[in-house]
Ligand binder design. Structure first.
Ligand SMILES: [Zn+2]
Length: 455
């Protein structure tokens, strides 16, 4: 093991889901694999010697006063092709939005040059706002989907990438669907192999994801076949899909099977410790137990839910039930590619759930008690919680974790944060950063020890 990077700086990392730890001029020693080997505090006996040695070797880097280190963010639900239509159509209901905007957009990504242009832009944009890991839906087209995995590897983002499966001729437009269940399964398997191969040349990791769009767009044959692939490739591939997003989707599974979509995904072999389940808004107590027991993660997409879900996912209850919870931008069901926005929206939505919003009801009858998330809770979900849910050593600035980090400059001239006192409590600085930082404040980003953004 060789130390190849030494960073001295102050900043914040989640200790538990409720507590954020402040560290003051810690010295992070990072090895050639991009892993934090040690974190030394200024009173540590090795601190001075290690710092002097790093300076001598030209690998020492100090974070300026007024700038703070945070772990990179983990966005576990992104429809990458929808970046091309981001911000549009959100005043339409979901089925209109899908048919009029989304499917025509996604169909364009069979053109690899177009895919390259959009994916390069999206990955760069997300890195520049501190998102160091993302789980992406690409499109039905396998080759176009591979472009996304290649761009993430090239630009240095840790990515989970899925070729989307939607094979049911009854449910999907003819111009945009898999040719058959068999073709969908074969193309998925080929995609898994191709991404696994690509991962050999990636330092930060790129992972294939088995991606049935959601139950309503797939035949039982496809779902069963993908479940078999999930078992066969358990250690190689993740699984992602939408689960219990809206009244319609949730009700659909009951109509088709007489059971919840959680139950059916489990039965098809698609709900395991590798499953990334977007939205998960309408889970019953029984569904929640299945999540907790399998280790599947519920990905909270609060902005998208405000447009399309019809209610607010009870994230506090999920955490109390021992479920893994992560956060997602859900580009472009949610328009904001910046995970700071998702953290803020998670807090806002949870407070509205707690108080209720219909002023015609009495205050005591309006809301759902004990629903509010703190900013610390939401930050945890966007960092350490997301990392734990994937079983990867990411999301914390601690020894043994990957050096995925972002530097937030609170004094950047055009985006200065309102910090005026020399002795401002660090917890206030943390809250100002998370609530007020804009992309300009984020100056440097590393993934697995590699500097991928330097503004
Ligand atoms: Zn989605």
């Amino acid at each position: 093991m060789t130390i190849t990077l030494a960073i001295e700086g102050s900043g914040f990392t989640s200790r538990t889901r409720d507590d954020v730890q402040y560290f003051d001029h810690s010295l992070f020693l990072i090895d050639e694999h991009g892993i934090i080997q040690s974190v030394l505090e200024p009173d540590d006996e090795r601190y001075q010697a290690e710092r002097a040695q790093a300076q001598e070797r030209g690998i020492y880097h100090a974070i300026a006063e007024g700038s703070y280190l945070l772990p990179g963010f983990i966005d576990l639900h992104v429809h990458a092709p929808q970046w091309a239509q981001d911000g549009t159509g959100l005043d339409e209901p979901l089925e209109v939005w899908l048919g009029k905007y989304t499917f025509p957009t996604e169909a364009k990504f069979a053109d690899e040059a177009f895919a390259h242009k959009v994916y390069e832009d999206l990955v760069s944009r997300m890195l520049s706002t501190g998102t160091t890991t993302a789980s992406y839906y690409a499109t039905v087209d396998r080759k176009g989907s591979l472009v996304l995995a290649q761009e993430a590897v090239r630009l240095g983002q840790r990515a989970l990438v899925g070729k989307v499966v939607m094979d049911d001729p009854e449910a999907n437009p003819e111009y945009y669907r898999d040719a058959s269940a068999q073709a969908a399964i074969e193309e998925t398997e080929r995609f898994i192999e191709e991404v696994a191969e690509l991962s050999q040349s990636s330092v930060q990791g790129v992972y294939p994801v088995i991606t049935p769009r959601f139950i309503p767009s797939c035949t039982d044959e496809a779902l069963r076949g993908l479940g078999e692939l999930a078992a066969h490739y358990h250690d190689v591939a993740y699984i992602q899909t939408h689960c219990s997003e809206s009244d319609w989707e949730h009700g659909y599974a009951y109509e088709r099977y007489g059971k919840s979509d959680t139950h059916m995904l489990h039965e098809f072999g698609l709900l395991t410790d590798r499953s990334i389940l977007a939205h998960s808004v309408y889970l019953s107590e029984e569904d929640m137990e299945v999540y907790a027991q399998t280790g599947a993660v519920a990905v909270h997409c609060p902005l998208s839910n405000a447009f399309f879900a019809g209610s607010v996912a009870p994230i506090r209850r999920y955490l109390d039930a021992g479920m893994h919870v992560a956060i997602g931008s859900d580009i472009s069901g949610g328009y904001n590619p910046d995970l700071y926005g998702a953290i803020r929206q998670a807090v806002t939505s949870s407070r509205m759930l707690e108080t209720g919003v219909n002023r015609d009801l009495a205050a005591g009858e309006r809301g759902v008690a004990n629903s509010a998330l703190t900013l610390n809770n939401a930050f945890y979900v966007a960092t350490a919680g997301g990392g734990e849910s994937l079983g990867l050593p990411i999301g914390r600035l601690e020894a043994g974790y990957a050096w995925d980090a972002q530097v937030v400059d609170t004094k950047f001239p055009s985006a200065r944060l309102p910090i005026f006192e020399d002795n401002e409590p660090t917890s206030d600085i943390f809250q100002k950063i998370v609530n007020l930082a804009v992309p300009e404040n984020i100056r440097t980003v590393w993934v697995q020890g590699r500097e991928v953004v330097s503004k």
